[in-house]
Design a protein around this ligand. Structure first.
Ligand code: URA
Ligand code: URA
Length: 194
């Protein structure tokens, strides 16, 4: 992880390093059973150097908290692209492809049971450009022998709060898969066990 961090911090494989303040390595447990993949850092993340700390991140934290998951214990949070694209535009295919090897290496190091793909960009680069978040969210996929579930990006929930209902159903699936694969005693006061 330290070698990976050094390579990310010194990376010049695409032009985003020229305009970024801080590359985002990711954060959470280095042996997290759940690995969350976003798109790219935004303004706040770029200033501070941590993933998902702006408005989207605060919503993500609320959802994780409702599942009784914490950043320190249950998840590792990372992104397709490590440096902020100017004006928060979607990363270009060149930028994403240049940065993907870091993510794939990080996934191998953490070795999670469950990958959570947040939004269209994570789905596109982890699974393929013919996949649609609106069709496939909440369905289990397999990526190199690992379970993965696409869900809406929290920024999409902020733009359209009516998507929150489906997203909560999706996170309950993640909660129950975590109980099945990792800890059968995991509970949350917000999720009934019926
Ligand atoms: N949105 C993302 O996709 N990633 C972040 O780290 C922050 C916002
Ligand atoms: N559009 C996106 O870019 N992401 C989502 O999660 C949903 C719609």
């Amino acid at each position: 992880m330290e070698s990976l961090k050094n390579r990310i911090f010194n990376c010049t494989k695409c032009d985003l390093y020229k305009t970024r303040n801080n590359p985002i390595f990711g954060e959470g447990s280095y042996c997290a059973p759940i690995f969350i993949i976003g798109e790219a850092p935004g303004h706040e993340e770029d200033i501070v150097g941590r993933p998902f700390i702006g408005k989207s991140g605060q919503l993500l934290d609320k959802i994780l908290e409702a599942c009784n998951f914490t950043r320190n214990n249950h998840v590792f949070i990372s992104n397709i692209v490590r440096c902020r694209p100017p004006e928060n535009r979607v990363p270009t295919p060149h930028e994403a492809e240049a940065c993907m090897p870091y993510l794939l290496e990080q996934i191998e190091l953490v070795n999670p049971k469950i990958l959570v793909l947040l939004g269209a960009t994570a789905l596109k680069y982890m699974v393929g450009s013919n996949h649609r978040i609106t069709k496939e969210r909440g369905t289990w996929l397999e990526i190199n022998g690992r379970l993965a579930i696409p869900v809406y990006h929290p920024a999409a929930l902020l733009r359209d709060p009516s998507l929150k209902r489906d997203t909560w159903e999706d996170f309950k699936k993640i909660f129950f898969k975590y109980r099945e694969l990792v800890n059968p005693n995991h509970q949350s006061p917000h999720i009934g066990l019926y």
